[in-house]
Design a protein around this ligand. Sequence first.
Ligand code: ADP
Ligand code: ZN
Length: 446
Amino acid sequence: MNYYNQEVETMHHDKLKLLQLDRIRLVVKKVYDNVEPYREKMRAIGIRPADINDLSDIEHLPFTEKQDLRDNYPLGMLSVPNSEIVRVHTSSGTTGQRSAVGYTQADLDAWADVMARSLVAGGCTKDSIVHNAYGYGLFTGGLGANNGSERLGAMTLPVSGGNTSQQLQLLKDFKADTICCTPSYALYLADEMKKQGYDIKDLALKRGIMGAEPWTEEMRQEIEKRLGLKAYNIFGLSEIMGPGVAMECSQQNGMHIWEDHFLPEIIDPKTKKVLPNGSQGELVLSNLTKTGMPLLRYRTRDITSLDDTACPCRRTHIKMNPLVGRSDDMLIISGANVYPSQIESVLLSSELADYIEPHYLIVVDRENNRDRMEVKVEVKEEMVGASEAIANRIRHNVTSATGISAKITLTPPNTIQRSQGKAVRVMDNRKNGANGINGVHEKEGG
Ligand code: ADP
Ligand code: ZN
């Protein structure tokens, strides 16, 4: 079994808890002393750093919301003077205004370490050749994966997003065994590979380190089949660090959250009460080691659950299950809640695999005061004639999975826009979209 830092990754969980307590106390004191918005929040609820004596006491600490970062944009939440900051990143702005994050050199070092740890959990070694197709720039994906790969000592190709023909050529020339990219880009790459006459044997890919957007188990299987690799789920967010907050191991069933750096909780988004392990709710993360801009109880708006059962890989760090989605992506259609991932599971199920391509778009409208959901999905070339029967089957399956009757539109192959970064799965055209997002945003993330 391969670890990057065996001692930490397999540390007894009780010891890990003690480490977390020591670290969170330092962070609380640091932000209380140095960050005005935190001091105000803590004073308002009458809590002081000395009140944190047990991990359960963190329930009394204030939350940090996306809006706090927006209100203090760009760098009003730093715990150190600007002169200590060596790098700035921003979030991708998927759900609105971007937030900015400042990193000290120590933060960049810790990030490279957790990212290196993540790559090793996915099977990389110092002998790996890593083709990094996450976008370089303000988006954390590119530089985050890059620096972790270099920290590990792997041969790193800083390819960035876009220019797919060149990517294929590079994959062939350098024989990378590892590709880092979003799951939707992996599918796009597989499409282009076929179109441009490459054979899977021209490439030497063994594994993909894939994240930055929600994807289902069905999508994983499709990617693994088409690219002939193992696809591992990696999770991260810029506000907390970037990619490498959590990563799957060889088990491919949940991502170990690196608990010596990040403290996870799951809350009920409505009552804001902490839920027991196993319950589904909103992921809340606190930084334990960040020095530039540590955040307390950051509400990620990502919906998942924690899994504290022992993992055969012997890593002791708690796992988070694949994300159901972002609470912002939850559609409320005629009063019922639907996540795009529920529809993806239906479309990519083995039952439909012979008939449709894994490219889809969900369009929501309001007509005569009634919500209407349309699912557009590409039909396979050879199936174009049989569309009606296929559409009926999909309609039936979507209704049983979500309780909603959707209009199913089958479109010819290659008609739904491909994503080079984070995929856009939903177009909500309702004037006052129930989830507040309308239409398509411009995003990076490739
Ligand atoms: P933005 O929130 O604007 O997209 P980031 O680039 O920081 O900004 O992206 C972080 C977000 O991306 C996470 O909060 C989560 O919603 C999503 N994400 C990252 N990794 C994964 C993953 N493995 N599965 C599902 N969603 C993910
Ligand atoms: Zn494991």
